[in-house]
Design a protein around this ligand. Structure first.
Ligand SMILES: [Zn+2]
Length: 858
């Protein structure tokens, strides 16, 4: 899956258990009966939000059995029968345990070992929880509500749609038939094979059998949806499926998907394993996207986009998610983890691979520089006592869902990138290709990949990776000494307290003697490098660097000569040291004060992120000085860039202009920029397309941050009327950003009333709680309506309302939040809550140290 990113860049100690800790074995089905093919027929009733189903499963009975246990949830089973080729038939009574999400079929007799067919009829519901087989509703351009039935099975929700052995290593093939009203679009993993009259105005649509794959990759989608004409990508028909009226938003996705299909077939050196590729935009979707083989589902913002009106970030997001999901068709779908503890490798690799794929598609976007912020985002969590190793034991479905976090995606991808750069890109690619070829249609764990990479490279890959995968945290590399005689040391980096772990640390460094690499295995190592030493050259390493004062002074002087990635890392390291209490905010201000001529937008965003955190804790009488500091800092860029793109500008330059305007108008509180932003915003509404998308977006941000209740109402109305997914979200975000208590109260009530799509409710709550002015009031409202609020959020993403609580560093509120969450845990979000509370504690510490002395530094 593609995770939904944090609303803004911000951000194991074992979970305390008083009850007995469940083990993986409690959730594993007996291996006495093994499925090989499901023949599945479903008849959804969109109006009644229900479905009827029948499944015939070819199974191998491994040893004589008198009962069969499989997974079901919210299904009613009837008529279970086991049949073999001799005509022997065994009936069964069904006992369902909803809590365990299992049904036991007690057979009339004993089934001998051998081949059998298990037939079950069942009924189920189309739920509103954005999981299993669920309902999604949209309004077409004529104002008519249309209902879609769609699926989201990862991690363990296929059992809500049909009785199955819902574990990733019990792979099978699937022949799906959907019986639907004639005229509806019906999609599944395979291409449509035949369509027959089913009577009563219905047709039976039979799809081509899938490859052998896990249950969580099965998908079916039914509803009034439009479909683009297929384009042929080296023999693979590629289509976009979308809600009526949005056909003009499909062109970019088709282009990026065609590129991705070709890119990976070459990278992996294996043809695409599915017969066709449909990409389906779903109006209600809990995650970013889902890699169902041949039928990938997306939230609309991750697939449908208007290139003339979208920002570079929005375009990049679409390209990345498409590339991420297509990477999974091989890595994840063709070769799959044995169990959910291995999900990290699936997601880490797809995230890593999507960077490579889109970097090849749009080199001008500098994907790896942009990835710096993803790396740092995961380092935030990983610098906590409450972090977890990338791979941890997983037993329950809740624990499987909790794995979809920044440590799985972003740290995982960073560590793979570090390994790739250490081994060499072509060696790494070869190892991956060999791994996939050897394990096609099978299941693996990390060791299988490490051994393929070791064979390709001759390096001790498992030893290196085990130290990164099975322990949480990351090192701080100390650098001391002088040319010819440097010492590198490693110690665990923590914001609070101490950690004593060591890593097998691949280090790349550069000096006047060129680039060198080494593996540090102990606490320290000697390095004979020359002048102008840069440790973590290229900045692909998942660690921070602390130079001695002399070396640091030299490095800061040479900062403009470093790469964008290296400058980003140096500034990020400096800010992390402030958060840790190692240096004071004055040091950070001195560092960034000299960087006004910076040319890379990502580096600017990193500089501004630190300043924004200081703004959050600055006392009212100090804020004006900080705002003046920001205005001075960006003045050079602002003057040079103005408000209008110059012909032939690239996307990143346009994005930088937007970043600078927003910095001036929000963080810098510049009145002139605020006035101009208001004019530009009106211009962008009256003559859409004439205002550059980055400038329009920045103007909206400035207007929202300084807006009033009337602006809030207007943003909501624009969001409501828009057909463009990015615009819907952008204006919802703007509405949630207006500093007005009445606006926040109304918006929160709309969420409670179900007037905001559930897929958006969680990040909106997060933004509102993190809001400087409105946050304290929103927190009170959250407590008053806690259960009702959580009911409006998809269960899988409930924890993410906590994403911005580190912003609430006012000591009384921080203490109140901690006390409240101790009494009101969010199911499946316990570990995430611990992490966010610790990040909050870090911010409370920052406030205590800096609030009173910040004024002197400005
Ligand atoms: Zn994924």
């Amino acid at each position: 899956m593609a995770a939904r990113r944090a609303p803004v860049p911000s951000t194991c100690s074992p979970i305390e258990e008083e009850r007995p800790v469940p083990s993986e074995a409690d959730y594993r089905l007996p291996r006495t009966v093994i499925p090989s093919h499901y023949e599945l027929t479903l008849t959804p009733d969109l109006g009644e939000a229900s479905f009827a189903g029948h499944v015939a499963v070819d199974v191998a009975v491994v040893e004589p059995v008198s009962e069969i246990v499989l997974n079901t949830a919210e299904l009613t089973l009837h008529d279970a029968t086991l049949i073999n080729s001799d005509g022997q038939q065994l009936g069964a009574t069904v006992e369902t345990d909803e809590e365990a999400e299992r049904s036991t079929l007690r057979l009339d007799g004993t089934a001998a070992a051998g081949a059998w067919k298990l037939e079950i009829s069942f009924d189920g519901i189309l739920n509103d929880d954005l999981r299993g087989f669920y309902r999604s509703v949209y309004t077409d351009p004529n104002g008519v509500d249309k209902t879609i039935a769609t699926t989201q099975f990862e991690a363990t929700e296929a059992r809500r749609a049909f009785p199955c052995w819902d574990e990733p290593d019990l792979k099978a093939t699937y022949g799906v038939t959907l019986i639907v009203d004639d005229g509806l679009t019906a999609i599944s993993n395979g291409a449509e094979a035949e369509r027959t009259d089913a009577g009563g105005g219905k047709v039976a649509v039979r799809f081509v059998d899938t490859i052998k794959m896990s249950t969580y990759l099965v998908a079916f989608i039914v509803g009034e949806l439009d479909v683009t004409d297929p384009i042929d990508v080296d023999g693979i028909p590629l289509r976009i499926v979308y809600p009526s009226g949005k056909g003009n938003l499909t062109g970019f996705a088709l282009d990026a998907a065609a590129h991705s299909l070709r890119y990976y077939a070459e990278y992996y050196d294996i043809p695409y394993p599915g017969g066709k590729m449909d990409k389906i935009a779903i109006p209600d979707f809990a995650w970013g996207a889902m890699e169902n083989m041949g039928a990938v589902t997306y939230r609309e913002t991750a697939l449908l986009v208007d290139p003339h009106r979208a920002t570079q970030t929005e375009m990049m997001r679409v390209a990345e998610v498409i590339a991420h999901e297509i990477a999974h068709m091989w890595f994840g779908d063709l070769v799959t983890m044995k169990w959910w503890n291995g999900i990290w490798l699936n997601e880490a690799f797809a995230t890593f691979a999507s960077m490579k794929c889109i970097d090849a598609y749009r080199p001008d976007w500098k994907l790896w520089l942009t990835f710096s912020s993803d790396r740092v985002h995961s380092m935030e969590t990983d610098a906590l006592a409450a972090t977890r190793p990338i791979e941890v034991p997983v037993a329950s479905p809740e624990e499987a869902n909790a794995m979809f976090d920044s440590l799985t995606y972003e740290k995982g991808a960073s560590v793979l990138r570090m390994l790739e750069q250490y081994l060499g890109e072509e060696v790494f690619r070869l190892g991956v290709s060999n791994y996939l070829k050897e394990n096609a249609y099978g299941n693996t764990d990390g060791d299988d990949l490490w051994s393929a990479l070791a064979d390709a490279s001759g390096e001790p890959v498992k030893e290196i990776m085990d130290s990164w995968i099975f322990q949480g945290g990351f090192p701080l590399v100390g650098v001391d000494g002088e040319p010819g005689d440097y010492t590198l040391t490693q110690q665990q980096f923590r914001y609070l307290g101490e950690g004593d772990q060591l890593w097998k640390l691949p280090v790349v460094f550069r000096s006047s003697e060129g680039e060198q690499r080494m593996l540090i295995e102990g606490g320290s190592a000697s390095v004979a490098a020359g002048d102008d030493l840069v440790v973590n050259a290229g900045a692909d390493g998942f660690y921070r660097v602390a130079y001695s004062p002399e070396l640091r002074a030299g490095l800061r002087k040479r900062l403009p000569t470093l790469s964008g990635e290296e400058r980003y890392a140096a500034i990020s390291d400096a800010w992390a040291d402030v958060l840790k209490g190692g240096s004071d905010a004055a040091d950070y201000l001195r560092l960034v004060a000299g960087l006004g001529s910076e040319s890379e937008v990502d580096v600017w965003q990193r500089i501004l992120a630190g300043l924004s955190e200081l703004d959050r804790i600055a006392p009212p009488d100090v804020r004006p000085a900080l705002q003046a500091f920001v205005r001075d800092l960006v003045a050079e860029r602002a003057d040079a860039m103005g408000w209008k793109p110059i012909g032939g500008e690239d996307d990143r330059t346009r994005k930088l202009r937007g970043t600078i305007i927003a910095a001036l108008g929000v963080l810098g509180d510049d009145q002139e920029t605020q006035a101009t932003a208001r004019l530009v915003f009106e211009e962008s509404r009256s003559a859409e397309g004439l205002v550059d998308a980055e400038v329009a977006n920045a103007a909206l941000g400035v207007v929202a941050a300084n807006g009033d209740y009337d602006d809030f109402e207007r943003f909501l109305a624009i969001s409501n009327d828009s057909e463009v997914p990015q615009e819907v979200v952008k204006f919802l975000r703007a509405a949630a950003s207006v500093p007005d208590q009445a606006a926040a109260e109304k918006l929160f009530q709309m969420i409670l009333d179900g007037d905001i799509r559930r897929q958006d409710a969680f990040w909106m709550v997060a933004i509102m709680l993190g809001h400087r002015e409105n946050g304290p009031r929103v927190w009170e409202m959250m407590k008053e309506s806690w259960d009702a609020m959580l009911e409006q959020i998809p269960p899988a993403t409930g924890r993410r309302i906590l994403e911005l609580i580190p912003n609430r560093s006012e000591p009384e509120i921080a203490a109140d939040i901690a006390a409240w969450l101790a009494d009101h845990p969010i199911k499946g979000g316990e570990m995430f809550a611990q992490q966010q509370l610790e990040l909050l504690k870090v911010r409370v510490g920052l406030r205590e140290r800096e609030a009173n002395r910040l004024g002197e530094a400005l």
